[in-house]
Design a protein around this ligand. Structure first.
Ligand code: NI
Ligand code: MN
Length: 228
């Protein structure tokens, strides 16, 4: 059983069947909706970073330093983390995948911008991404921060659980996210990147109704888990 726990925003902990502990887009300390703080994370094996914006990456470096977790992300993000003293990094880039011990992880395209939080000199630019994971046939898609992309059609039938932003303003809103669901046809959708601040408030139940004919929508509160 894989267990996916939401910490608000785009931050999830995934504990895989083989007990590997992965965190997507660590955002705990400054996340008004987070159910835990940095100090509550004890064991962590991997951090999968979609992009460098503060609400996805600020906590990645301190967490990696304390837990020894490997930061997996775009080449520039991994290099930046290494320069900041993170011991274990794994650089990747869009369209590339790698067979990790927990499964295959591929960086998917995302249409967005990205500075690198903590890069005070502005020397690093980086490409935002999403993640597609295949863990012995359990397939998870974390879309990252992105606009609706017709490229998402390439994922059709290849996703069991899709984590999609619905907050609007900085990413897809509910209408475009509903089209993404039509494109991908995942079994289950978990909405994310909404409700963190007033600017991205959305009604997840309205989104659920909108996509009811395409997929089951599971609405989590921070701290809730979904097993698959
Ligand atoms: Ni962003
Ligand atoms: Mn964001």
């Amino acid at each position: 059983m894989a267990r996916l726990t939401w910490h608000g925003h785009s931050c999830f902990t995934l504990v895989t069947d083989d007990d590997t502990r992965i965190m997507f887009d660590p955002f705990l300390e400054e996340n008004p909706k987070a159910d835990i703080g940095l100090k509550d994370v004890e064991d962590l094996d991997f951090i999968l970073a979609s992009h460098g914006h503060f609400d996805h990456f600020t906590d990645a470096i301190p967490l990696a330093k304390r837990t020894g977790a490997t930061i997996v992300g775009a080449f520039e993000l991994a290099t930046f983390a290494q320069n900041q003293g993170v011991e274990n990094v794994h650089p990747m880039n869009i369209g590339g995948g790698h067979a990790f011990p927990f499964g295959y992880a591929k960086m998917t395209p995302a249409l967005h911008t990205a500075t690198v939080a903590g890069d005070d000199e502005g020397a690093f630019t980086t490409q935002p991404a999403g993640w597609w994971l295949d863990m012995n046939g359990k397939r998870l898609y974390h879309a990252g921060d992105t606009a609706l992309l017709t490229d998402m059609q390439l994922l059709k039938g290849k996703v069991d659980v899709a984590l999609l932003p619905i907050g609007d303003n900085f990413t897809m809103g509910p209408d475009d996210a509903a089209i993404a669901v039509e494109f991908i046809e995942p079994r289950v959708v978990i909405p994310m990147h909404y409700g963190t601040w007033e600017l991205i408030d959305q009604d997840p139940n309205a989104f659920k109704e909108k996509v009811a004919e395409w997929a089951e929508v599971v609405i989590l509160d921070a701290g809730d888990s979904y097993n698959f």
